[in-house]
Design a protein around this ligand. Structure first.
Ligand code: MOS
Length: 735
């Protein structure tokens, strides 16, 4: 491999900066109408009637779809509540309202403005019912989520409670994290077009195959009748992993209006019907010996969920694998509220769970007067303590070492409030990062054309992460072609199927399929040359042939060679194609697979005002082989920036009387901007993982955010002596 790993520029960069990249709402279709969702304004109850007479008479209105006239959809066999996957959708099949912001009608008009105008004229009458709102209220009726394979609600190893009683140091602390909403630059958007019984959806999604499946099920049609197209995504972060109501509503509206329909979600509508990170309350009990050895770990999580469907934020997953303790007890419970269904948000479980675990360890370090890094080393897991398997690779020790050294951790004076510069309190904090290395089966195809260029395809996605670029690199290396001669295409169910681009698994899943397809196409071409008397390579064995820069050559005598294009030319110019599938194998049962990292942060807290600034972050990761130095680093940096948002800013505020988000816009819902970010120093170790997949890549999509909020809380404590166990760490909590 020669191009893989290099920090080449994004292959789709030119299209993006010149406006040539077509996002979902931008596909131009003839007779395209505009649809707008109308959302409920009560959290619980029934719609008694919707008066649409005035709205229907308005200019440009093509259709108004409500529970009164929406097409009756075929009944569906639904997975039991709590089964992870696509949530139950609100498709106007009944009059029930289960949260504020639930889709209750769709207005279609010739222009967006006409649709907006008509939507305002709808008169919705409700019979409100009592809503369960607020965490305190919801916690009165806790439920245990249905256990999933590999995701039990509760786990036990050893006698944690018994060991706890005998520990020399006992710690019992409660951490809370708020509801957060996804705010990718590109909100959800769908264009739906019917051609007879054939449905095409241009949808901003992390899972074209998943959207196809949901549409086929929803409308009772064969999956082959649904095509989903998504060449560009302006950020996903988990909210586009599921198919939400608006996608199906767009298709229903298109059928009703008799023309293609565009439904682009407004920013405000990002705050209810399309998922959120649930709020959590996590109780962490740690028992330790004086030397810091953990004798008992108990992690009890309550996360919020909805009445529409369940979602469980798996906070204790991180606690089960990160440290070496053979006495552990974890539980997950659900508190149900009249809110929208929560969903995956970048590093679901790990981001929120590590805030509790890594804050608790920091508290323990102070109680024991042990350096926080030392405490983690004292409990270092050489093998997976939950699965009792070796790690496919783990460089966490090096991450701590290199991170601490680059950060200057040794300069930290141990006592809280002991480092300051005038009225600025200075704090150092650190935390561990980890995320599982997932992989799913994926398919790809590769075609070498007579001009010596190649097109490689897989129905995967580029969420802005660099999939186009990285897959081009992998294909170019495997084909023996320069990057400029390879075009990678993605985002279409007409292409070989790939899994959801979630769980940080795209490179690890699709990369091997692309590698296999490209290798197969190259091998096919080489075999054609060997069998061809006109080829200078005639008679060589297949293993003797290497491909480089568009040439096939004899490994032993590289002067003996010919251009790949020449082979095809002699074979009637017929393109050479290979299709491949790649899937995880035995290694999945033999190894525990995780990425690891260490995050060090410095905070400056204004002693009088409580404002927190983050002048620098130093982070080190072991993520296997990095496919592209530039896009990889960018992605990790994005995760850290979001971690700063999670630690210091992000929170969806609700009016708990009505269950409505109060800050449903980017002015009031704070995310970091450039001025909030100081220096971010990222080191990716040169980690070899021979087990994980043919590329040695473990995935980097989510690990960047993990640990950052805890590192910040720990640094804030170091600076101020105030332990904030409730995110985000805003100034009101510090003054
Ligand atoms: Mo991710 S939160 O699985 O996109």
């Amino acid at each position: 491999m020669s191009v893989v790993g290099q920090g080449i520029d994004r292959t789709d960069g030119f299209l993006k900066v010149t406006g040539g990249a077509t996002y979902s709402a931008e596909h131009g279709l003839a007779r395209l109408a505009h649809a707008l969702m109308v959302l409920s304004t009560i959290p619980s109850g029934k719609i008694s009637s919707i008066d649409d007479i005035a709205a229907r008479a308005m200019r440009g209105v093509l259709a108004i779809m409500t529970p009164q006239n929406a097409a009756q959809l075929p009944p569906q066999k639904r997975p039991p509540p709590g089964a992870m996957g696509n949530p139950r959708l609100s498709l106007l099949q009944d009059n029930n309202v289960q949260y504020n912001g639930q889709p209750i009608a769709v207005v279609v008009a010739d222009t967006l403005e006409h649709a907006q105008d008509a939507a305002r004229q709808l008169r919705v009458h409700y019979v409100p019912a009592k809503a369960v709102l607020g965490f305190g209220e919801a916690k009165k009726h806790l439920r245990t989520p249905a256990s999933q394979p590999e995701r039990p609600a509760d786990t036990t190893r050893g006698n944690a409670a018994g060991n706890m009683a005998h520990a020399s140091i006992k710690q019992d602390t409660l951490y809370t994290t708020p509801i957060e909403n996804h705010n990718p630059m590109e909100p959800h958007a769908t264009i739906a077009a019917w051609d007879g019984d054939m449905l095409t959806l241009y949808d901003s999604t992390q899972n074209v195959s998943g959207v196809r499946k949901t549409a086929a099920k929803t409308f009772g049609i064969a999956p082959e009748k649904v095509r989903v197209v998504c060449p560009f995504v302006g950020g996903g972060f988990g909210c586009k992993g599921n198919t939400w109501s608006h996608v199906m509503l767009a298709a229903m509206a298109a059928k009703m209006a008799g023309c293609p329909v565009k439904l682009a979600i407004e920013r405000t509508q990002m705050f209810a019907p399309v998922g959120a990170r649930p709020m959590t309350e996590q109780r962490l009990r740690l028992g330790a010996a004086k030397n810091g050895k953990l004798g008992a770990v108990l992690h009890d999580t309550v996360s919020s969920t909805s009445f529409v469907d369940d979602f469980t934020e798996p906070c204790s997953a991180v606690t089960r694998t990160l440290y070496n303790t053979d006495t552990l007890h974890t539980t997950q419970r659900l508190a149900t509220m009249n809110l929208g269904v929560p969903t995956y948000m970048r590093a679901p479980g790990e981001a929120s769970g590590s805030f509790a675990l890594e804050s608790a360890l920091d508290e323990l370090a102070y109680a024991l007067k042990i350096d926080p890094v030392q405490l983690r080393l004292q409990n270092y897991a050489e093998t997976d303590p939950e699965k009792h398997l070796p790690f496919s690779s783990k460089s966490l020790r090096e991450c701590y070492e290199i991170g601490a050294q680059k950060f200057g951790w040794a300069r930290r004076s141990a006592a809280p409030r002991s480092m300051r510069d005038g009225s600025t309190l200075i704090g150092y904090g650190m935390a561990t990062a980890t995320y599982p290395a997932h992989r799913s089966p994926a398919k790809a195809s590769a075609i070498i054309h007579p001009d010596g260029s190649a097109v490689v395809r897989s129905g995967t996605h580029d969420l802005g992460t660099g999939t186009y670029t990285v897959m081009t690199q992998i294909a170019a290396d495997a084909l023996g072609l320069p990057v400029s001669k390879v075009r990678f295409e993605l985002g279409d169910t007409d292409m070989p199927a790939a899994p959801v681009s979630g769980g940080s698994q795209t490179v690890a899943s699709v990369g091997p399929a692309v590698y296999a397809a490209a290798t197969a196409a190259r091998t096919k071409l080489a075999a054609m040359a060997l069998a061809d008397e006109a080829s200078p390579l005639h008679g060589l064995r297949i293993d003797d042939i290497v491909a480089d820069n568009g040439w096939l050559m004899d490994r032993a005598k590289p002067q003996r060679r010919e251009p790949m294009a020449a082979v095809i030319a002699r074979h009637d110019g017929t393109p050479v194609q290979a299709d491949s599938e790649a899937a995880p194998g035995e290694e999945k049962r033999q190894f525990s697979m995780h990425s690891f990292g260490a995050v060090f942060v410095e905070v400056h807290v204004d002693a009088d005002l409580g404002t927190v600034r983050v002048p620098r972050v130093v982070a080190t990761y072991g993520v296997g082989k990095l496919m592209n130095e530039k896009t990889g680093r960018s992605q990790l940096m994005g995760g850290i920036v979001w971690g700063i948002g999670m630690g210091l800013m992000e929170k969806t505020e609700f009016d708990w009387r009505y269950g409505r988000a109060l800050n449903a816009n980017l002015a009031d819902y704070h995310v970091p901007v450039n001025a909030d970010i100081g220096s971010i120093d990222i080191t990716v170790l040169d980690e070899q993982d021979p087990h994980i997949n043919v590329l040695g890549a473990k995935g980097i999509g989510e690990i960047g955010i993990v640990g950052v909020a805890a590192a910040l809380a720990n640094a804030v404590y170091h600076a101020t002596g105030k332990r904030i166990r409730d995110l985000p760490i805003t100034l009101d909590k510090l003054v």
